[in-house]
Design a binder for this molecule. Sequence first.
Ligand SMILES: [Zn+2]
Length: 113
Amino acid sequence: MHEMAMAQGIMDIVESYARKNDAKKVRVVSLIIGEMAGVVFESLEFCFKALAEGTVAEDAELKLHRTPLLGQCNDCGWQGHIVKYNFFCPKCNSAKVDIISGRELRVEYLEVD
Ligand SMILES: [Zn+2]
């Protein structure tokens, strides 16, 4: 399962951070998840809770920040929100639109004790 692998990745980051900072408890894990990362947040949270059981992150709260899917046109320079996965430029109809954000999944910050 996609979300389980992601939850494992997040857990690795959280545990190594907690070790480095001598944290006894992780309170908040804030995540940035792009609109197109293909993550169902509820599943991710469920997997994370399962993995976190018995660790420093057992009671951690997951916070979610969604970032919109943004594109840039290589022909006319347009930048903006890509709606409904329409990857043609709304200004010049070019197909040369690059994704500049919206696919990321990363830990934004952690709050620990
Ligand atoms: Zn364009």
